[in-house]
Design a protein around this ligand. Structure first.
Ligand SMILES: *Cc1c(COP(=O)(O)O)cnc(C)c1O
Length: 235
């Protein structure tokens, strides 16, 4: 580890953001990747707009929420001031929330089943707003977790792209909490590569550096920026 820049103190949100950006840069350098190829998504779920305002002041522009309702409540006023704010939906999406999600979010990370893909295709056509989508893969094959099964991923990707013409840009995963994340990141990378997809949404507070070394283009970091949450929202 190199020395962190002096402004990267963990005492402030700006300091924690600086430290994380530094760690991303180091992991990228280790893997001979460009740090600019990695987008840091600040996951602000359960935290109030004030925390987002603090992050915006520190130059952060990409934010993640895992509930449509919470995103709709928190960001409209902030977007007026920061039109370059990019809002990522990283939590499960119910088909009855698709209309709102498409209206309020900019990127969807959790496309994971045919019924959702069809609803998104309808809403994109209706609204004229076509959001880039990541397909979520349940790399750990956990029954309680969202995501298409790894063995179904190729067919699902093809269906989304070829039949439904969805703007699929990459793959996303949430490895099982109790396992080494690296094999899951490597599996996601492999599935993306053989399908010609070059964006990977993977890595959270505890493992974003590993994810960057294994090719992450989007890391989703919450507690390392904003602090601990009083409840853990569903994955
Ligand atoms: C909450 C959440 C994160 C961020 O988790 P941390 O461990 O707080 O960094 C990332 N991805 C998803 C899908 C989440 O729900």
């Amino acid at each position: 580890m190199t020395q962190l820049p002096p402004e990267a103190s963990s005492a402030t949100l700006a300091g924690r953001l600086a430290a994380i950006r530094q760690q991303i840069a180091e992991a990228a350098a280790t893997a001979q990747r460009k740090a600019a190829a990695v987008t840091l998504i600040a996951v602000a779920k359960t935290f109030p707009a004030e925390a987002v305002i603090e992050a915006l002041a520190a130059g952060q522009r990409h934010f993640g929420e895992n509930r449509v309702q919470e995103g709709m409540a928190k960001y409209p006023a902030l977007r007026e001031i920061h039109p370059d704010l990019v809002l990522h939906l990283i939590g499960p999406l119910q088909t009855n929330k698709v209309k709102q999600a498409v209206a309020y979010f900019d990127v969807i990370h959790t496309l994971d089943r045919e019924s959702l893909a069809e609803e998104l295709a309808r809403e994109f056509a209706r609204s004229g707003r076509r959001l880039p989508c990541f397909i979520q893969v349940n790399t750990g094959e956990e029954p309680q977790k969202a995501g298409c099964a790894p063995q179904d991923a190729d067919a699902f990707i093809a269906d989304c792209r070829d039949r439904l013409k969805l703007p699929v840009i990459g793959l996303m995963c949430i490895p099982p909490a109790e396992e080494e994340p690296a094999p899951h990141f490597a599996l996601l990378h492999k599935i993306a590569k053989r399908n010609g997809l070059d964006q990977l949404s993977m890595g959270m507070s505890s493992d974003f550096d590993t994810a960057v070394m294994l090719g992450a283009t989007h890391v989703r970091v919450g507690s390392a920026i904003f602090g601990g949450r009083s409840y853990s929202a569903p994955a």
